[in-house]
Design a protein around this ligand. Structure first.
Ligand code: UDP
Length: 330
């Protein structure tokens, strides 16, 4: 048995690769290195630099490596970018996922785990939101992921492979052993931006919108430590291999923090009072998104081990400092 990780040179994918290797799995990574880095892939994993939409590259890998499970991270993930470039998002996240899925069906892959997103809920009617809530994404990003969820459901029914859809809330932090972290150039996610501001890698930061219907007027999100997220994938893999059946589940803690609370945490943990400027709302941002994680806890026995905002921030800061050292060494 061996596992193919698409996007394994990226942020979450590289943590997954480490987790699988720690468990003694044979791991192959396919990544086109558009945002990921070859150095992020441990040498014990086999890195194939290719596009997931290119079946002529993907199918030989699936066959030759005897892949029984694919964990599909590769994709574009920035909500406002999807608003300005919807067709790019439908290509990367939907069209190429379709090609990958077809390659998997052609090669008899048994299990497929898909990185989906809380953005499929749009602005949920309730917070915390559970998996049976209505799905009405508010951005092309959310639409592009929802379409792939639907393809998976239908293709699984027709072709018999099993799948898990994991809907991520806001992933942050880094491997506590310092082996992996968020290294994407020009990253836009809140905790990454705030840690860069704290370390003087950027001149302060902006808060996008302070007039949302939340207690302090800024958006509320459920920040999940990347190591807990990756553990959910590992448990999903075991569940599928054991014949546990298809699963669609939220990955979050059920605890929300506002943008200002996150910035406060970064200031506190770093000890740096960086500049914070008010800016207009960002397109595509719902006010509050918090997970109901009851299903994944019940079905996979998932237990959060890093559900502490200070720990998430500390690990993110440590990684950001290590990137600084890497850059000065180069
Ligand atoms: N945000 C912000 N300033 C930044 C980056 C993000 O105010 O420099 C806000 C953003 O508008 C959203 C929240 O932080 O309300 C989380 O955004 P992020 O991009 O991290 O994740 P998303 O929820 O869009 O996936």
């Amino acid at each position: 048995m061996s596992v193919l990780v698409t996007g394994g040179a990226g942020y979450i994918g590289s943590h997954m690769v480490w987790r699988l290797l720690d468990a003694g799995e044979e791991v192959t990574v396919i990544d086109c290195l558009s945002t990921g880095h070859d150095w992020a892939v441990p040498p014990e994993a086999n890195l194939v630099v290719a596009d997931i939409g290119d079946q002529e590259s993907v199918q030989p890998v699936l066959k030759e490596r005897g892949v029984d499970a694919v964990i599909h991270f590769a994709g574009s993930i920035i909500v406002p970018e999807s608003v300005s470039d919807p067709l790019g998002y439908y290509l990367n996240n939907t069209v190429k996922s379709r090609a990958l899925l077809e390659a998997c069906v052609n090669c008899g892959v048994k299990h497929f785990i898909f990185s989906s997103t809380a953005a499929v809920y749009g602005t949920p009617e309730r917070a915390p939101v559970s998996e049976d809530a209505d799905l009405h994404p508010e951005s092309p990003y959310g639409n592009s992921k929802l379409m792939t969820e639907l393809m998976l459901r239908d293709a699984s029914a027709a072709h018999g492979f099993s799948y898990a859809v994991l809907r991520y809330f806001n992933v942050a932090g880094a491997d506590s052993k310092g082996r992996a972290g968020q290294s994407t150039r020009n990253a836009t996610h809140l905790i990454k931006v705030a840690t860069q501001a704290a370390l003087g890698k950027r001149d302060g930061m902006e808060v996008y919108g302070q007039d949302y219907p939340t207690p302090d007027g800024t958006c509320i999100r459920d920040y999940i430590h990347v190591s807990d997220l990756v553990e959910a994938h590992y448990l999903a893999l075991e569940h599928l291999r054991a014949g546990g059946g298809n699963l669609v589940a939220n990955c979050g803690y059920g605890q929300g923090y506002s943008v200002l609370e996150v910035i406060d945490a970064v200031k506190k943990v770093s000890g740096v009072d960086f500049a914070v400027r008010e800016a207009d709302r960002r397109p595509g941002d719902p006010a509050t998104i918090v997970a109901d994680p009851a299903k994944i806890k019940a079905q996979l026995g998932w237990t959060p081990r890093h559900d502490d905002l200070s720990e998430i921030v500390r690990d993110a800061l440590d990684w950001e400092r290590s990137l600084e050292r890497r850059n000065t060494q180069q």
